[in-house]
Design a protein around this ligand. Structure first.
Ligand code: GN1
Ligand code: MG
Length: 351
């Protein structure tokens, strides 16, 4: 970790680093925990995947705007533990920006929030707290009047994701199409149903709102003692989107009875207690929802496993160029798992 030690010297952090080690299991960036001696805070260091996030400066400006806005809201509300409820990024000594470019890679550093944990599984209580937290997060951002960059253009645009799948199918660059034709057909059979949001958006019936866009369970910090959800992390993808993003992506991982890459699809189910608790918590705080948005929440629950299946399958057909994989069929296993989850939701959730 010599390289990482050199890198952190470029940031205006407090204390002396004593240890740096890998942290978490994100599929995109590389994350490290930096421990310091004595009373100084610990830090999270990340190498940003700039082949995916091409405009790092724009992305960090989004993140700066969002964290400052949330911090101001919490302060106005008289919240006591603000530093546990919103991330704080460390400026680069030379530029004052919240990232550092070493000539090859982009890095950023934030203060580690002590006494917190991330989890891969939730209980109904945690799910209710998460629902409230995401509803609040979106509510707090509703009046953020900054020019926000779409860090990945069309990130949750289902029509775009289907076009990308069709391009991969047409090109078949890794020669993998033969083994997945039936899956492509199953996806195509539901393409119209799943692009409802884009049609309603085009008709002016559905607004875009600032969303987190990656609310999977392991992207939130919980108080290690109470299990309360304190804040969402991984702010790379905060951008304008239909409101379904955060609700749907949480349930995709939170209400799924297995990991998102479970190979045994018979184990994959949709936990209705978690679904109900999360939805109740979300509706309590997301008071800004229109009637149509509220009515379409069951659609959102289906949309995200479907979209994720499309994205994993596209990457499989393209030869695993986007997501980190641990073995050759990993993206295919992930695709099947998402479709099994979708089938479980179809069985259990009424429209
Ligand atoms: C990626 O970075 P990470 O692992 O939290 C991805 C999400 C997917 C998720 C699937 C920028 O998130 O959109 O839902 O993997 N992020 C990006 O696990 O593509
Ligand atoms: Mg993550």
């Amino acid at each position: 970790m010599k390289k990482q030690l050199d890198i952190i010297g470029s940031f205006a952090y407090e204390g002396t680093a004593t240890d740096i080690r890998p942290l978490g299991n994100g599929l995109i960036n590389d994350t490290f925990l930096v421990q310091t001696a004595g009373d100084a805070p610990d830090y999270v260091l990340q190498r940003i995947n700039s082949s995916i996030f091409r405009d790092v400066d724009g992305m960090q400006r989004n993140i700066d705007a969002v964290t400052a806005h949330i911090r101001a809201k919490l302060r106005a509300r008289g919240a006591k533990d603000i530093d546990r409820r919103v991330l704080r990024f460390v400026p680069c000594r030379a530029t004052g920006k919240t990232y550092f470019f070493d000539g090859k890679d982009y890095w950023r550093m934030s203060v580690y929030i002590p006494g917190t944990v991330t989890v891969e599984e939730v209980t109904p209580d945690t799910a209710r707290s998460a629902g409230r937290a995401f509803g609040e997060f979106e509510g707090m951002l509703a009046d953020l009047d900054a020019d926000m960059t779409e860090t990945i253009p069309g990130f949750h645009d289902m029509e775009l994701r289907l076009r990308q799948l069709r391009e991969a199918v047409a090109a078949d660059p890794a020669g993998r199409l033969g083994s997945v034709r039936d899956i492509v057909d199953a996806i195509e059979a539901r393409a119209f149903e799943m692009t409802a949001a884009e049609r309603l958006g085009a008709e002016g019936k559905l607004p875009k709102r600032l969303c987190h866009c990656d609310t999977k369970v392991n992207n939130m910090l919980l108080d290690e003692k109470t299990g309360e959800v304190l804040c969402v992390i991984d702010l790379d993808t905060v951008m304008p989107s239909y409101v379904f993003s955060d609700y749907g992506d949480f349930l995709r991982t939170g209400a799924c009875t297995t990991a998102e890459d479970e190979p045994d699809t018979t184990k994959i189910d949709f936990d209705m207690d978690i679904y109900r608790a999360f939805t109740e918590g979300y509706l309590e705080s997301a008071t800004f929802l229109t009637e149509l948005e509220r009515e379409m929440l069951p659609y959102a629950a289906r949309l995200f496993p479907y979209m994720q299946a499309v994205r994993f399958l596209t990457d499989y057909i393209n030869g695993d160029v986007y997501y980190k994989t641990a073995y050759p069929e990993h993206n295919l296993v992930r695709t099947r798992a998402q479709l099994a989850l979708l089938a479980a939701i179809d069985r259990k959730v009424k429209n």
